[in-house]
Design a protein around this ligand. Structure first.
Ligand code: FAD
Length: 804
């Protein structure tokens, strides 16, 4: 066993072996995997081995597709069979909602070049003659899905990695991990110690325990998961070929053929966590006690639809531990404050996702960034709000909803409310219908009366449509008010803070106190990491404002760039509440309630001032995300209710109106503004995003400056463009394909109906070579709508309302 390596991967399940393989594929041979027992000795050995590319997140779906296609490669490289059964998978719909969802997924699949498509029910029955009933309304088929041999896949990754120089040490449990000066790690095992530049926690069922060795509390928990294996089914014996895998969403069940029987698994409502307080160190290659009673409901539903299954009898029941994160996606990336400690954990679909997780983690270690937008899997999507009770409630809900297909207007209910603004009760009384983001309760829209607050999940225009339209009109015509307490707020202080920020952000750091700039953050390779607003609040104090969901991403990344005691960064999100007022009369409103004059001369665009609003000490920023004149008013939470009351009182005669995140989304699209996590992600660079005004090529080096200068010196292959889409109902909501002559050429990164312009709008990265007047289409479910790229935003293209 080597004593020094570049990377030590802990855990020899499918995920650890995939990470190891991908590191060797990037040319890193000095890597080692330490396994407590034998390879596959965690969740991996008893998995059903099903593989699917279907996933609600487009990037995760692409990585799942990558995983499936990788099996042939590692089989070829290693000479070890992965036991690939490329039977395809039938996705079966019973309800209207499922049929609608299928349409949505098929349009997304087109873009990702996945082969998922509708087939007739007759064809579905031909592929799987066990289907007998008339319950099914629609079927989709993906010919690339199927199942693999979990042990074969793990061994194939391991052999391919070993052949490329990696070392695998079995029966070597890591019992302690010590941080060494210089960022290296000392790992102790009964077989010897090893020093590593990077450590990867791929300990699956024990990832929480390995997380503790690294000083981290991971937001994951194992759940029990059961499947049955049936006795031989005569209909399959006589068929002479393997039937495709199948997912019955309504029955919350999946199946695949196993010899002449089937494996049939369910995601039952009466689900159970397992080993909540920690996975026992001596838990071996063993199963959990079976509990057929719990899954009898879903089994009954499916066996009614495929009666041959009921006649077959049960040969074996498998109940195993399976790790879940609160949203069911993996937990990957470096730990905050420990940039050389990576997580590759929380993976509950290792045979669909293992390749993609291995690729992203290996890239991240080798290049310092994953090379694509993996926020949906990044551990930094969770923060302190992901407490153990939160993880338990959310993982339970996620398990129960594994096969319940989500609608765009649907909000999950578990673990709520968790984080509420100081205005929560007031906004609730005003009719706010809340959604949850980054743990916060955020108003989505305001219902005019309690009866209209209930919204059925739908892919079509919702009950909120007219109310959101009225909120948008109020902002355009008079003044709207919006709770911004959830915005991420970071404070950078210290004598070197300004100089340090110059080396971090792509724009110039403001020289004068009270000035603001848009502050893009780039990765070293020039991809978009963030878009913040930066305020110089005092000579050695800066405030940064950004999207709520990005806070942990920013804190982790900015923290990893601080190498001096002269600079410190902290979150002040909880210390500063806030409201935004926006609309043509908002200056008049602010003047009525503030202690100082706020004319365009005294508080110009992109400036800030300290002032009293009502009685409260506030920092007021002249910025807006709606395309209207606007102010963001920040104050400690204990003052915020009084500030809000004062604004509502003074604004009453102007017709002030609360608005929510749905109206905000419409308003910013009418102005053509992109947003973090949608348009601004690591999938794109500043030239494509049209950021040449804020990404400077005429200042000293900052992170990503060389790459940005190169990118900005030539025309990008694609550009962010605003599209007018002539939709009726249903409208696009983001994610839909943009078609040219029937061919998908881009994806809408965001979309909404533009209530004050009278048509839908969407943003998309379109090929730069595209003819200016090209006739495009956007496909929403099964509807094709005409679309065209706009030369300028429909609302206030000159920006006079914003700056006036
Ligand atoms: C019943 C059931 C059916 C499933 N069916 C499917 C399916 O059809 N398709 C699918 O994609 N997924 C399925 N899964 C999920 C799948 O099993 C997991 O996603 C996958 O196995 C996770 O792999 P892993 O490598 O993250 O973790 P694990 O397999 O748990 O591996 C972790 C490894 O780390 C080792 N380890 C732990 N602590 C240490 C330490 N301190 N030092 C050294 N080594 C350590 C363990 O011994 C273990 O070998 C199923 C799960 C269950 C329970």
């Amino acid at each position: 066993m080597k004593s020094h390596v570049r990377v030590a991967v802990i855990g020899g399940g499918v995920i650890g072996c995939s990470v190891l393989y991908h590191l060797t594929r990037r040319g890193w041979g000095e890597v080692m995997l330490l396994e407590r027992a034998e390879l596959t000795a965690g969740s991996t050995w008893h998995a059903a081995g099903g593989m699917h590319s279907l996933n609600g997140d487009a990037n995760v779906a692409a990585l799942q597709d990558y995983t499936i296609r990788l099996y042939r490669e590692i089989e070829c490289l290693s000479g070890v069979s992965c036991g690939i059964h490329a039977t395809g998978c039938l996705y079966l719909a019973v309800t209207d909602r499922e049929v609608e969802f299928f349409h949505a997924e098929r349009t997304k699949a087109k873009l990702l070049k996945l082969d998922l498509d509708f087939i007739s029910l007759e064809e579905a029955r031909r592929l799987n003659p066990l289907i007998e009933t008339q319950d099914y309304r629609a079927a989709m088929f993906d010919p690339n899905d199927g199942h693999v041999d979990p042990s074969g896949v793990t061994q194939a990754y391991a052999k391919a990695a070993r052949d490329a120089g990696a070392e695998i040490v079995r029966h070597a449990p890591v019992t302690s991990i010590q941080a060494l000066p210089g960022g290296e790690w000392l790992l102790r095992t009964p077989k010897g110690d090893v020093q590593a530049q990077y450590v990867v926690n791929a300990a699956g069922l024990w990832a929480r325990e390995v997380g503790h060795l690294l000083g981290a509390q991971l937001p994951i928990v194992p759940m029990e998961h059961q499947y049955i294996v049936t006795q031989d089914i005569p209909e399959l014996a006589s068929l002479g070929r393997e039937i495709p895998a199948a997912v019955d969403f309504d029955g919350a069940a999946y199946l695949r053929q196993e010899r002449l029987g089937v494996v049939l698994g369910t995601y039952e409502q009466d689900c159970r966590h397992w080993a909540v307080n920690g996975t026992p160190a001596d838990f071996g290659v063993e199963l959990l006690p079976e509990d057929l009673e719990r899954i009898s409901g879903p089994l009954q539903v499916v066996t009614n639809r495929m009666p041959a299954l009921a006649r077959a009898g049960i040969k074996r029941v498998v109940n195993g531990g399976m790790v879940f994160s609160p949203d069911g996606n993996p937990i990957i990336g470096p730990l905050p404050g420990k940039p050389t400690a990576f997580m590759a954990a929380g993976c509950m679909a290792g045979f669909s996702q293992g390749g993609g997780v291995g690729l992203a983690v290996a890239n991240w270690i080798v290049d310092g960034e994953p090379g694509m937008d993996v926020h949906a899997m990044d551990l930094a999507r969770f923060g302190p709000f992901a407490t153990t009770p939160y993880v338990l409630a959310r993982s339970r809900e996620n398990y129960q909803r594994r096969f319940i297909l989500p609608c765009p207007n649907e909000e999950l209910q578990a673990a709520r409310p968790s984080r509420t603004s100081a205005l929560h009760e007031r906004l609730a009384r005003a009719g706010a219908v809340f959604g949850a983001g980054a743990g916060w309760e955020v108003p989505l829209w305001f219902a005019p009366n309690p009866e209209s607050a209930a919204e059925a999940p739908t892919f079509r225009r919702t009950a909120a449509f007219e109310a959101v339209a009225a909120e948008c009109r109020a902002v355009r015509e008079t003044v709207g008010i919006w709770d911004i307490s959830s915005y991420c707020k970071l404070e950078v202080t210290g004598p070197e803070a300004g100089r340090w920020l110059e080396g971090i952000i792509a724009n110039r750091v403001p020289r004068e106190v009270g000035r603001l700039v848009l502050a893009p953050l780039l990765t070293a390779s020039g991809r978009i990491l963030g878009d913040l607003t930066l305020l110089k609040a005092a000579p050695d104090r800066f405030l940064m404002f950004g999207s709520p969901g990005a806070e942990e991403v920013y804190l982790r990344w900015l923290g990893s760039q601080v190498h001096t005691a002269e600079v410190s960064i902290r979150s002040v999100t909880s210390a500063l509440g806030g409201v935004a007022i926006t609309g043509p009369r908002c200056r008049e409103l602010l003047e009525q309630v503030s202690s100082v004059a706020v004319s365009n001369a005294t508080l110009p665009f992109l400036c800030a001032r300290e002032m009293a609003v009502g009685l409260a000490p506030c920092t007021v920023l002249r910025v807006s995300f709606t395309g209207e004149l606007g102010y963001e008013i920040y104050t400690p939470p204990e003052y915020l209710p009084a500030v809000y009351d004062r604004l509502i009182e003074a604004g009453a005669s102007m017709g002030i109106r609360n608005f929510g995140v749905r109206a905000l989304n419409t308003l910013r699209l009418e102005k053509g503004y992109g947003g973090w996590g949608r348009e601004y992600t690591q999938d794109y660079g500043p030239a494509e995003a049209g950021w040449s005004r804020w990404v400077r090529t005429d200042k000293d080096a900052y992170i990503g400056s060389d790459a940005a200068a190169r990118a900005l010196s030539e025309p990008p292959a694609r550009r962010l463009r605003l599209l007018r889409i002539d939709s009726r109902d249903p409208d696009p909501v983001g994610g839909e394909p943009v078609l040219l002559e029937g061919r998908p050429i881009a994806r809408l990164t965001s979309a909404a109906f533009g209530h004050t312009v009278g048509h839908s709008l969407g943003l998309a990265y379109l090929p730069s070579s595209l003819d200016r007047d090209a006739m495009l289409e956007v496909q929403v479910l099964s509807h094709h709508y005409p679309a065209r790229a706009l030369a300028e935003p429909p609302h206030d293209p000159g920006g006079s309302r914003l700056r006036g």
